[in-house]
Structure formats: C-alpha cells, structure tokens
Design a protein around this ligand. Sequence first.
Ligand SMILES: Nc1ncnc2c1ncn2[C@@H]1O[C@H](COP(=O)(O)OP(=O)(O)OP(=O)(O)O)[C@@H](O)[C@H]1O
Ligand SMILES: [Mg+2]
Length: 228
Amino acid sequence: MARIGGLDARMTGPVVTVASLKGGSGKTTLACCLAVHWQLKGLRPLLVDADPQRSATRLAEREAALGGVALLEEADPGVWQAIKARRAGHGITIVDTPGFDSEITVAALAVADLVLIPVKASPLDVDRMMDTVKTLMSGVKGWAPTFRCVLTQTTPGSVIARHVRADLAESGFPLLAADMTNRVAYAEAALYGATPSLTAAEGPAAREIAAIADEAEALLSTKKALTA
Ligand SMILES: Nc1ncnc2c1ncn2[C@@H]1O[C@H](COP(=O)(O)OP(=O)(O)OP(=O)(O)O)[C@@H](O)[C@H]1O
Ligand SMILES: [Mg+2]
C-alpha cells in the first residue's frame, strides 16, 4: 500500500472536487486523469461521478475501465453524504461535477478539501470562471474550501496563456503552476476509457498530469499540517 506525501492508501484521504460552471472546460478529463494517476501510484482513489451526464461513468464502461479506479455514481444533492459513507479506505477521493450551476456542485464543494477549477486560456472562459468562483463559494455556507485554477487546453508558450496567467494572478485567483496543455492524447486515450497515464506513462501528457497531482498533494499536505 502506498504512502505519498501526506496521503496514505490505508487512510480515509482528502476530497478533491473538480468544478466549473463552464461546460466543456475539461472537468471530466482532469478528474479522470488525476484518479488514474493516483490509482497507478497505489493510492486506491475513489472517483465520484456527480454529473447527471455520466461522462466519467461512461469512460469507465469502456475497455480500459479507467485502469480499474473505484467509481461511485451519485448525481444527486445528497452526494456529500454518499462521499462520507464511501470514502473510507480510499487514499483520496476525486469528484467530477456538472458543468452548470446546481445543488449537486454546491454539495460536492461542501465536502472538498481542495477545489480545482479548470479554465481555458481565453478571456470569455476566464470571466465565466470568476463567476464560478463567486457563485460556488457563496453557496458553501460559512466555509470556503481551498481552491486553485488550472489552465487547460493551452498552447505552450502562447501569448494568450501567459496573458491569462498574469491576469488571474493580478486579480487574486490562485493558479497551479502546471497547465494541462491541448493534446490529442487525452481524447485518444478516452476512446478506450483510458488516460495518458495508462496509454503512454512516460509521455508529455502523463507528465503534466503528474505535475498537477504533485501540486495538489502538496496543497493537501500543507492543509493537513495546518489543521492537524
Ligand atoms: N487538455 C486537453 N487537450 C485536448 N482536449 C481536451 C483537453 N481537456 C479536455 N479536452 C477535450 O475537451 C472536451 C471537453 O472536455 P471535458 O468533457 O473533460 O469537459 P467538461 O468540463 O467535463 O465538460 P462538461 O461541462 O460537459 O461536463 C472533450 O472532448 C475532451 O476530450
Ligand atoms: Mg464533464
């Protein structure tokens, strides 16, 4: 059984909720990629599909079954209770949420130790992301979970990615250092119900997912240290 940073496959691990009110921003892709990454690391993750569209569940029904990640399908505002009941024995829980304003998303945020908000590097998407943060965080009564934006579908070295990164930093929206760049490897892996960590473990897409996971682990262990 694996121990990674502050995370331990034998313990009830933290909850990472992937949320954004912008459809198609890359929530399901990021949630599934992280779940498979942590599965390969031996953390026994639980992937929760809280989206009535069932995108993550449908991926898990394909050939590679997301590498055998444990899946909980619960697209209901009671998702927080389902998570509390099922998370024991999983070193980390990752929640994929719907791409619209919903009670389900608010419930998934209420149990989150860390919220990741994927955002495409374009001004329209950034504006919508800022709405996301305001709406979502105001829905969680009395407690604001740690959140980080993750730039997705970026073109490495592009002017727009740099610009958006600077804009977000200036507006006080914390951003992970690692991006999820625009790569066909994500969709190609999804054809088989896989992610790049399964199809090309040493490839660039798998490496960028590992970098995002490392940052998430560091944030979760700091938080643990602060709250312990
Ligand atoms: N980094 C990436 N590079 C290339 N394509 C990507 C990347 N991330 C996501 N995609 C593609 O973009 C599309 C939308 O991604 P995804 O389904 O993950 O978004 P979503 O936020 O979950 O959408 P929804 O709001 O509908 O649930 C998919 O076709 C996916 O394969
Ligand atoms: Mg989705």
